[in-house]
Structure formats: structure tokens, C-alpha cells
Design a protein around this ligand. Structure first.
Ligand SMILES: Nc1ncnc2c1ncn2[C@@H]1O[C@H](COP(=O)(O)OP(=O)(O)O)[C@@H](O)[C@H]1O
Ligand SMILES: O=c1ccn([C@@H]2O[C@H](COP(=O)(O)O)[C@@H](O)[C@H]2O)c(=O)[nH]1
Length: 201
């Protein structure tokens, strides 16, 4: 099994890059673990309390469970990946059966901050887009898809997202094997990643 970690700040285009890679590889050979599925369960908190959580800090992620699931997949076992709701800021209670595949992609803003997880990646990719570009994308996406308004996105950006990005995410470029510049759609980089994956398969 080839395990690929794809990190980068919010809105840099991680999900888009993953979908482009998926399109290029034979169907059924690639599985995805999304860091977003592993936000800690916060059912014991009210909605108003959950909204105040710093979702850009590594402690908001259940890395233990994410690591355990990756280990199980590597052993050839199926795992129950939790389903997360950005609207409710909590796990939904549903899970997705995630089967072992030839290639497993783990994607998320903070996945390279965890040393145990980092050690499991055969290829580490960091997707880069400038912060103004990422903020514009985040605004559009969170308002249309995640039930936010302008004030919520900008307040979160100033209070937690930007400082956490600078403290925890940007320094992870150091660990990357490949950095994809993604201010514009980068088909050349996707082709290179596809070639590397095919060589390793
Ligand atoms: N290279 C790009 N140029 C312009 N828009 C992009 C690009 N990559 C992604 N987007 C758009 O930006 C938004 C956030 O992208 P997404 O892949 O969800 O980012 P991430 O998973 O890193 O948060 C989406 O609406 C997506 O369509
Ligand atoms: O309940 C939540 C959990 C997370 N967030 C924000 O999501 C992004 C990470 O997702 P991307 O798809 O990589 O953008 C992170 O910056 C959190 O601030 C949230 O709004 N609510």
C-alpha cells in the first residue's frame, strides 16, 4: 500500500488536487482518509460552545483514531471513517466503510504536524496558495457550502485561522517531498504526482 499525505492551508485546493489525482488513477485503487472526519467528537458541548472551538489547532483533531485507522488499513482491514458536519461543527454519528486500497490518500490542514502520522506517509505533498487567494476561496466556499456568513469567516480568520496557519501549517513545508504551487490550476504538477504514483505502484 502506498500512503500519500496531502497538506496545506485552508482553501489551498487540497480536495481539488485529490479529486484530480483520483480522476487519473484506475477506479477502485485509491482510498481517501480526510482529516476533517477526525475532528474530535464534541457531542457533550452545546452548539454555542462548539462554535468557539479553535478548529485550526492540532489538539482539535483525534490523531490517535486517524493513526489507528491508517494502521488498520495497512494491515488490510476495513475501517469506519466518521462523517463530519461543518454545519453542526460535529460528527454526524454516521460512518463510511473505508476499504484498504493500493493507494491511500490522507488529506488535511494539520496532517503533517503529527510525527507518528507523518512517519507513515510514503510521499508528503504540500499544496501552496497565497493567503489572500485562500481567504477569497474560503469565503466563497464557507458561505455557499458551510452555512457561514462574511463576519463569521473573517472573525475566525483573524482570531484563529491565520495565527494557527503561521504557527502550525506553514512550517510543515519543511517535511514535504513535493510542494505544488496552486494559485492557478496546476495540471503539470498533477501529471508529475500521477507519474510518481504509477512508478511506486
Ligand atoms: N487552483 C485553483 N484555482 C482557483 N480555485 C480553486 C483552485 N483550487 C481549488 N479552488 C477552489 O477553491 C475552493 C477551495 O478548494 P478546496 O479544494 O476545497 O480547498 P481545501 O480542501 O484545501 O480547503 C473550492 O471552491 C475550489 O473549487
Ligand atoms: O467544525 C468545523 C471544523 C473545521 N472548520 C474549519 O475547516 C477548516 C479545514 O477544512 P478545509 O476543508 O481544509 O478548509 C479549518 O480551517 C477550520 O477552521 C470549521 O469551520 N468548522
Amino acid at each position: 500500500m502506498l500512503i500519500i499525505g496531502i497538506a496545506g492551508g485552508t482553501g489551498c485546493g487540497k480536495t481539488t488536487v485529490v479529486n484530480q489525482i483520483l480522476k487519473e488513477l484506475p477506479e477502485g485503487e485509491v482510498g481517501i482518509l480526510s482529516q476533517d472526519s477526525y475532528y474530535k467528537d464534541t457531542s457533550h458541548l452545546s452548539y454555542d460552545e462548539r462554535v468557539k472551538i479553535n478548529f485550526d489547532h492540532p489538539r482539535s483533531i483525534d490523531f490517535e483514531l486517524l493513526h489507528e485507522h491508517l494502521v488498520e488499513l495497512k494491515k488490510g482491514n476495513t475501517v469506519h471513517q466518521p462523517v463530519y458536519s461543518f454545519v453542526k461543527h460535529n460528527r454526524t454519528g454516521d460512518t463510511i466503510f473505508t476499504h484498504p486500497r493500493k493507494v491511500i490518500i490522507v488529506e488535511g490542514i494539520l496532517i503533517l504536524t503529527n510525527p507518528e502520522l507523518r512517519d507513515m506517509f510514503d510521499i508528503k505533498i504540500f499544496v501552496h496558495a497565497d493567503s489572500d487567494e485562500r481567504l477569497i476561496r474560503r469565503l466563497k466556499r464557507d458561505i455557499t457550502e458551510r452555512g457561514r456568513d462574511l463576519d463569521e469567516v473573517l472573525t475566525r480568520y483573524q482570531t484563529t485561522l491565520k495565527p494557527m496557519h503561521n504557527q502550525f501549517i506553514e512550517p510543515m513545508k519543511e517535511f514535504a517531498d513535493i510542494i505544488i504551487p496552486n494559485n492557478k490550476y496546476n495540471t503539470v504538477a498533477i501529471d508529475i504526482v500521477k507519474t510518481i504514483i504509477n512508478q511506486r505502484l
